[in-house]
Design a binder for this molecule. Structure first.
Ligand SMILES: *Cc1c(COP(=O)(O)O)cnc(C)c1O
Ligand SMILES: [Zn+2]
Length: 425
């Protein structure tokens, strides 16, 4: 194709235009990938362009996604819909680094996006693309955060939104957001994988634009987590980037960002990717152990609902990301996740359970000698502490046996002596 941006089917190789409205390959139903012709100015000049925009306060270029427009969706133009999002901090925390056994650990806090998760980075691009192709409504299946983000961005765009979530498996903060932002919300009596199949079929039947991570434009936005953290490190790449992994959209997006970053001269060295799954929802980790020979669908069970996924849609492209970055895939137990979360929360930073999986993963990989003690590591905190209040309250208030980090509240009468006694005790 002669255009600067186009789409390619990963399964059959068909090329289609960047404004083709199908969320999947119209020939074979395979997953599509967005391709960009390398920006003509070269890596050095491109970095300078990105860096110069860090002082921008208004308009699309103030967004931590659209600041990288040349690498995201160069022709989005007047269709761009931005909150803005991104511009999330890269934090140091001595207590978290100590807990993980990784002194140089940095935390990229994506929970500080407008709706409290990294999903906003993909959604700003997805809804922008929906406007470009003239979609009349948008939809998604979700474990919660995609629904919250879609609901908000659809409302900003004035588009009707339909979200399908698994009944009783969505954290309270996320469901509340979907309702608050006005999305038509369906509570499906099934798990996330069931929701995704249903959303896929419904979008075709109803002509609604599907904005799951099936949609390749969302991944273009999620790449900017990597671009932004590289920029925050003055384009000096860390040794590792560690990310929790569910449907594997982020793992795939990170791989693509690193591949393009090197090909376009933004970086001269590619960090290794580590994808971390919950033990009870780890089809990608099993697949990794078999050299990605195959993927066996599992029935997922983990309290980290955002990564409770048994049949990850981006499996193939995520496997490529792990292979090409000499990466690894590992697992952590729900107990590890809760302990990591208590460490992150107790340090004053806070994150949702799925995000803590990344930090628990760092600890495991350091213990196993995969990540070196002096390696520079960035762990991505994918969601905000307020997303899942029930898990927090249960851990601190009710969990038995009492966890070492449990912060039990104490009920008292209106009595100063009792306050005194408890403060001294
Ligand atoms: C969506 C999500 C994940 C999982 O990301 P994938 O791209 O599906 O692997 C992890 N953490 C949080 C908080 C999420 O919202
Ligand atoms: Zn195809």
């Amino acid at each position: 194709m002669s255009a600067a941006t186009w789409q390619v089917c990963a399964a059959c190789g068909s090329e289609i235009s960047e404004t083709d409205p199908h969320p999947r390959c119209p020939r074979c139903g395979g997953l599509l990938e967005v391709r960009h012709r390398p920006p003509p100015q070269g890596g050095h000049a491109l970095r300078a362009t990105f860096d110069a925009r860090r002082g921008v306060w208004r308009g699309a270029l103030a967004s931590g996604v659209w600041r990288f427009i040349e690498a995201v969706l160069p022709n989005a133009g007047e269709h761009i819909l931005t909150y803005p999002e991104g511009n999330t901090p890269l934090l140091t925390s001595a207590p978290v680094a100590h807990w993980a056994g990784s002194p140089a650990l940095l935390l990229k806090h994506e929970g500080l996006n407008p709706t409290g998760s990294f999903k906003d980075r993909g959604m700003t691009v997805g809804v922008t693309q929906a406007r470009r192709i003239g979609a009349r409504a948008v939809s998604c299946a979700s474990t919660g955060n995609t629904a919250a983000s879609l609901a908000a961005y659809a409302a900003l765009a004035g588009l009707p939104a339909l979200v399908l979530v698994p009944k009783d498996q969505v954290a309270a903060g996320k469901l509340a957001q979907a309702l608050a932002y006005g999305a038509r919300t369906l509570l499906v009596r099934g798990n996330f994988d069931d929701c995704l199949e249903l959303a896929d079929q419904a979008s075709e039947r109803l002509g609604v634009y599907l904005l799951n991570s099936v949609n390749p434009f969302r991944l273009e936005g999620q790449k900017t987590i990597v671009f932004e953290l590289l920029q925050q490190l003055s384009w000096d790449p860390p040794d590792w980037i560690v990310v929790p992994a569910g449907n594997l959209g982020n793992t795939a997006a990170f791989g693509k960002a690193l591949e393009e970053g090197r090909a376009w001269g933004l970086i001269d060295r590619v960090p290794r990717l580590a994808a971390v799954q919950a033990e009870g929802a780890a089809p990608f980790a099993s697949s990794f152990r078999s050299g990605f020979a195959r993927l066996d669908r599992v029935t997922p069970h983990t309290l980290a609902t955002a990564i409770s996924i048994g049949n990850p849609v981006s499996h193939e492209r995520a496997a490529r990301a792990i292979r090409e970055t000499n990466g690894v895939v590992t697992t952590v137990s729900d107990d590890d996740i809760l302990e990591a979360k208590a460490a992150v929360d107790g340090a004053g930073i806070g994150c949702e359970p799925a995000s803590a999986a990344a930090v628990a993963g760092v600890r495991r990989l350091v213990k196993e000698g995969v990540i070196g003690k002096t390696d520079r590591v960035v762990a991505v905190l994918t969601g905000h502490v307020l997303k899942d209040p029930a898990t927090v309250v249960h851990y601190h208030q009710e969990r038995e046996p009492r966890p070492a980090r449990a912060n039990r509240p104490v009920e008292i009468e209106v009595n100063l002596a009792e306050v005194e006694r408890l403060m001294r005790g």
